[in-house]
Design a protein around this ligand. Sequence first.
Ligand code: GDP
Length: 525
Amino acid sequence: MANTLDQSVSKRRTFAIISHPDAGKTTITEQLLLYGGIVREAGTVKGKKSGNFAKSDWMEIEQKRGISVTSSVMQFDYQGKRINILDTPGHEDFSEDTYRTLMAVDSAVMVIDAAKGIEAQTKKLFKICKMRGIPIFTFMNKMDRDSRDPMELISQLEDVLGIEGYPMNWPIGSGRVLRGLYDRYNKRVALYRPDENSEKYLPLDDDGNLTVASDLPDDEVYQDAKSNMDLIQEAGNQFDLDKIKSGDQTPVFFGSALANFGVETFLNAYLDFAPEPGEHENTLDDTEVEPDNQEFSGFIFKIQANMNPRHRDRIAFVRVCSGEFDRGMDVVLQRTDKKLRLSNVTEFVANTRENVEKAVAGDIIGLYDTGNFQIGDTIFNGKQAVKFPPLPQFTPELFMRVSAKNVMKQKSFHKGIHQLVQEGAVQLYTTYSTGDYILGAVGQLQFEVFQFRMQNEYNSEVVMEPLGHKTARWIRPDQLDEKMSSSRNILVRDIHDQPLFLFENAFAERWFHDKYPDVELMTKL
Ligand code: GDP
């Protein structure tokens, strides 16, 4: 039994794709799904093999805006592996959900538009991956268009993100002169033939020279790529699996998601190095919960409400960390120490339930929730109590003052706001001076979702007054003096009663720091 569980776990590869909007995340996801066919999917992408993928219709707001508000899960089998892709919202108004999803993966794929290089949102998401120390694989996309100098793209990884890049292959030209990929990892040249479906490979010998007759060696574009690859071989970063595992080096692949060029090469190499589910810390006794431990455990990284507007249900997404999930099993909710039978309330989040198989470490399950769960909760079913580390809090950057439009409806306003905050939809702060409510978010969209849900689920119309960008800095309660509050900052408390200042800008923060040098100003992630 231990063996079969171990075997199932070792097949799992669970990752998220991080990128800036328009870099090609959706396009590459579709290509990956086509390679695997889809076992089970939930949410964003509907599993039509034709490649026509429709957005989820779970939430009206998603339909209205034509975007996917919340992350979802796609699962497929490929070459003996079971792959879980956790989607992250593709819109630039991303939210804390996106960040939290990165807590539930074992590796990340970073898609970069090779014409644009590293963009703002990629940087933010990268930071979270880096903080977790998970492996990051890079796909330089859109090589069918004129790209930046590949050398520059590689050095940008180091300069901007602080991660070593190790090119697994090198583009032979780009845009109209894209000839193919010089692939040192697979010792072959992949020819770019956009009008044909299959990739054509020419083998390379150990010295990196073509072993078959070809015009390529006379081609300047090829010579250029080869000499760059030779140079990197000589003077570039050494391939270092330990560094890859700790997120200090990223294997880099070039290609075009749209032309499906280099994607299969990427996927195969990714599977050679991507980690299987690892252990998770049990904070109750400082031990590690091994993924092949027989006892089931998992944590909730996301709660999505209103999948079905008529039922007001919520789905709690659980990352399985150990054991095997069975419907109808009893689990203990660690936070309350209450036993829950999951039979009536539990379903996999899936459109195609007949395909659902057992879920083991690395998999994501969706539990129908009637309000039992909170983000960050641990559930387990063994004798050994388990509590996974709390999910990190993220420093919000955008703020809104919020109040109920109708003062007679304070009750539903408060109920709604507290439930949505508990769910992690937005963060809530209260001003010291007047007790006003201020909402904080990492993306604008969180406010819109909040407003929409307050109206639709709690029948509470809210008034929102934008406070714009602010710099949130926590301070130690013992250092607090309410006189520190001035016109350039707002003093508030968070839901844990911790004091923080919302500064107008970096200048206001510096001014404060100069005035109160002993007061430590702290950020969350
Ligand atoms: P996302 O916002 O990151 O999910 O990006 P999408 O996958 O929706 O792609 C954004 C746009 O870039 C779409 O118009 C795609 O067709 C286009 N695109 C994606 N990959 C490529 C590529 O490899 N080459 C070219 N030329 N366009 C691409």
